[in-house]
Design a protein around this ligand. Structure first.
Ligand SMILES: Nc1ncnc2c1ncn2[C@@H]1O[C@H](COP(=O)(O)OP(=O)(O)OP(=O)(O)O)[C@@H](O)[C@H]1O
Ligand SMILES: O=C(O)[C@@H](CO)OP(=O)(O)O
Length: 304
């Protein structure tokens, strides 16, 4: 057996070498699952051939980077820069917003898998807790969907557009919960992905966004027909209880909320990703994260 020796706060620990853990850690470099397992297998065989029974985490990481370099220098650069992000003392907090149906929950799940993150929270769940605390009488808008919240605004719309007014009132309440999650994650050092329609650029406190490794993305689906299809695919799953009708009846207002999200993302210089191909979406998010927090690449450029 090969032992991997690590160090936490000056205390060393050892654990058995795991091909599964190694393979998963390679996924961040956009290496497919099969190739990642083949590489992990090769690296293990190489260690056995060299008669190594103990290896430090740093030495193992160097061995992996050297191996990846022989396959594709892009892989090794990405791998090493991701390690810089992982070694940061600050947790990674990724916020993924987007209008209903564009794929925030699906992409959060895929990204967590790619990065090996264990915590995902949906803003719909934060809202659900709030609905138990705040009565419909006190705050009717959060008891609606983000896109039809305008139907419950008590005071007449002050802004020109009632749909956006309703959306803002709805998001504003849930945002309090999002900020609490970010505060707690920073305080406890927990890396997390927060996803949902309530993640809107310009709403979350700047001082929180500037702390630690916080990164926000806005997902969109530019093509109307494709966006519509997403609701069909979601409702096709037998366990999904959301009614297709609710989203189809409100499709034009959902698109309006997407336009508002795009405007906000542009004003606040947040990355916008057109979520067409899921691999490309995840690759773009990973690249943006590594570019922002992974330091300079070896050749001095910021792009990967
Ligand atoms: N890049 C993609 N390619 C193909 N299908 C996708 C992609 N992203 C999401 N989908 C599919 O679109 C549907 C809607 O996605 P999802 O439920 O993740 O949206 P959402 O933004 O979380 O919606 P809501 O905010 O209303 O909960 C799902 O069936 C999902 O599998
Ligand atoms: O408010 C919304 O836009 C959606 C987001 O998922 O929630 P629900 O469909 O549960 O109303």
């Amino acid at each position: 057996m090969i032992w991997v020796i690590g160090n936490v706060d000056g205390n060393s620990y050892k654990e058995p070498f795991s091909k599964g853990i190694l393979a998963r850690s390679l996924r961040v470099s956009s290496i497919g699952l099969n190739q990642a397992y083949e590489i992990a297998n090769d690296i293990e065989n190489n260690l056995i051939e060299r008669g190594i029974s103990e290896i430090s985490v740093d030495e193992l990481a160097k061995t992996i980077a050297r191996y990846l370099d022989t396959v594709d220098s892009g892989f090794s650069k990405k791998y090493e820069r991701w390690r810089t992000v992982r070694k940061s003392e600050e947790p990674l907090i990724i916020l993924i917003g987007g209008a209903s149906g564009v794929g925030t929950s699906s992409m959060a799940f895929e990204l967590a898998n790619r990065l090996g993150l264990k915590n995902i929270i949906s803003t719909d769940m934060i809202r659900e807790v709030m609905r138990k605390i705040i009565s419909k009488e006190l705050n009717p808008v959060i008891h609606k969907s983000s896109f039809d919240a305008y139907e419950s605004i008590r005071t007449p719309a002050i802004r020109v557009d009632a749909i956006i007014e309703g959306f803002i009132s709805h998001v504003d309440v849930v945002n309090v919960g999002i900020e609490a999650i970010i505060e707690r994650s920073i305080k406890e050092g927990i890396s997390i992905i927060v996803e949902g329609v309530h993640v809107v650029p310009g709403f979350i406190r700047e001082d929180l966004l500037n702390q630690g490794n916080v990164m926000m993305f806005t997902l969109i689906v530019e093509d109307e027909e494709m966006h519509k299809q997403r609701f069909y695919t979601r409702c096709r799953q037998p366990w999904v209880k959301r009614s297709l009708e609710h989203y189809m009846d409100n499709f034009s207002t959902i698109r309006k909320t997407q336009n508002f999200l795009i405007e906000q993302a542009n004003i606040h210089h947040n990355p916008i990703i057109n979520n067409v191909d899921f691999r490309q979406t995840i690759d773009s998010m990973v690249d943006e994260i590594i570019d922002k927090f992974g330091g300079e690449s070896n050749d001095g450029t910021k792009s990967i």
